[in-house]
Design a protein around this ligand. Structure first.
Ligand SMILES: C[S@@+](CC[C@H](N)C(=O)[O-])C[C@H]1O[C@@H](n2cnc3c(N)ncnc32)[C@H](O)[C@@H]1O
Length: 415
């Protein structure tokens, strides 16, 4: 009987039973069966086959609604930066269209709205459509009262700005809520079209991992159709490889996991960032995800420049790739092995810095950036990252020193 339920869920919502485990589907079936007052799984199978409402109830039981505000924070920082540096330049008028699919209980689309409002982006210049298959999650999202689990990590300043205490939770302000509109939608529905136009930004994070390959391909086809030609698609840390096997290229914001239509990015720009589809990846340098004082010039450290252009992939290049894909633990291991085998290296220390930074160990990250600069004082990315960290720790003087050094390198590079 389990096979029949698994097939039904795959067909209706795309769920690959292997991703959540057969036992959790079995549990969901038992729960629904009891709620319907039925005796056995056979009777419940008949019920669920005859009733779309019951299919929805079963879906509600198996979904994984896990989410929280500013999950993988770099994506939200990158969103605000890309909108300012790129979208605004080409759109002096008009409304930025954003899609959060799946939005679960609302933390992701509301985080997008907070990130843009906090960056000073006018409320009337953007809209967020938020979609999910779960009606229950959408009802929760619209109510916009959140418990402790929705607020994770150390940096919760946004809660003071945008929420008021409500019972044991927090109520989100109307200012943020009115930027977001919730709809029910299924990503594997080939006709899914929540708005008339395409979207400038789509977040589709932590859903594709629950699909098998053929369903992932269907979902990516939907995303390809919904994303504007010059738009940005953000996925979850474990979902980047899939996009690269379709017609997407990295938007070159490492650790934010952002992609663009391959056709929208000139081939020469692609070669410096990520591989075009089905091409083996070139060795690359992870560029900082933090706001850069310029964006059109790619700077490399003196050691990188000195190297031949097409080196065979070394352990450290591989580590950079892993970090870029969000595989931080593996990236750190690769770096450590490289340091152990070859001794101190600016590149390895820099990647270790990025990895520690992304996992929130800022003191360690700063130490690695310093080690990078000790070996390579011209390492521009390390200077920018360290400046950002020092600034965040309140060390304005230290940050200024690093920024000034970075700026001098930029000036030399553009001469
Ligand atoms: C783990 S949450 C991800 C939420 C958010 N994007 C994030 O990263 O925090 C996965 C969500 O996918 C939704 N979902 C599952 N299958 C779906 C489908 N076929 N279409 C749309 N949403 C789906 C679930 O209801 C659940 O809310």
């Amino acid at each position: 009987m389990t096979d029949e339920f698994q097939a039904l869920l795959k067909q209706t919502m795309g769920l690959d039973a292997a991703s959540v485990g057969a036992a959790s589907i079995e549990r969901a079936v038992q729960q629904r069966l009891a709620a319907c007052g039925l005796k056995d799984a056979g009777a419940y199978l008949d019920r669920v086959r005859a009733s779309t409402d019951e299919v929805q109830e079963l879906i509600e039981e198996v979904i994984v609604p896990e989410t929280w505000f500013f999950r993988d924070r770099e994506a939200f920082t990158a969103l605000a930066r890309l909108v300012y540096e790129d979208w605004l330049r080409t759109h002096p008028e008009g409304v930025l269209r954003i899609l959060s699919l799946p939005c679960s209980t609302g933390e992701e689309p509301y985080s997008m709205a907070m990130a843009l409002l906090d960056a000073g982006f006018p409320a009337e210049r953007f809209r967020v459509d938020a979609l999910d298959i779960s009606a229950r999650s959408l009802a929760y999202a619209r109510r916009a009262v959140f418990g402790r689990n929705s607020f994770r990590g150390g940096d919760l300043e946004f809660r003071d700005r945008h929420f008021t205490p409500a019972g044991s939770g927090w109520q989100l302000s109307t200012v943020v809520r009115r930027q977001v509109e919730f709809h029910q939608g299924n990503i594997i529905d080939a006709c899914l079209n929540p708005g008339a136009a395409t979207y400038d930004v789509i977040f589709c994070r932590n859903l594709l991992i629950y699909f098998d390959r053929s369903t992932q391909d269907r979902a990516v086809a939907t995303l390809t159709r919904l994303l504007a030609l010059k738009g940005w698609l953000f996925v979850g840390p474990s979902e980047t490889g899939l996009l690269l096997s379709h017609a997407f290229v990295s938007a070159k914001v490492p650790l934010a996991f952002a992609f663009r239509h391959a056709g929208a990015v000139p081939v020469e720009a692609q070669s410096n960032g990520h591989q075009s589809p089905r091409r083996p990846p070139p060795a690359r340098v992870v560029t900082p995800m933090r706001p850069m004082p310029f964006s059109s010039v790619t700077l490399r450290s003196s050691r990188d420049v000195a190297g031949p252009p097409a080196q065979p992939k070394t352990g450290i290049d591989h580590a950079m790739q892993l970090a870029d894909q969000g595989r931080l633990v593996e990236a750190a291991k690769e770096c450590e092995a490289h340091l152990h085998a070859h001794g101190p290296s600016a590149k390895a220390f820099y990647v270790m810095g990025l990895v520690r930074d992304a996992s929130g160990s800022h003191a360690e990250a700063a130490e690695f950036y310093r080690k990078t600069l000790y070996l390579d004082p011209q390492h521009h990315e390390a200077l920018v990252q360290l400046a950002f960290l020092l600034d965040g720790q309140g060390d304005k003087t230290g940050a200024k020193v690093m920024n000034d050094r970075a700026r001098r390198i930029e000036q030399k590079a553009v001469k």
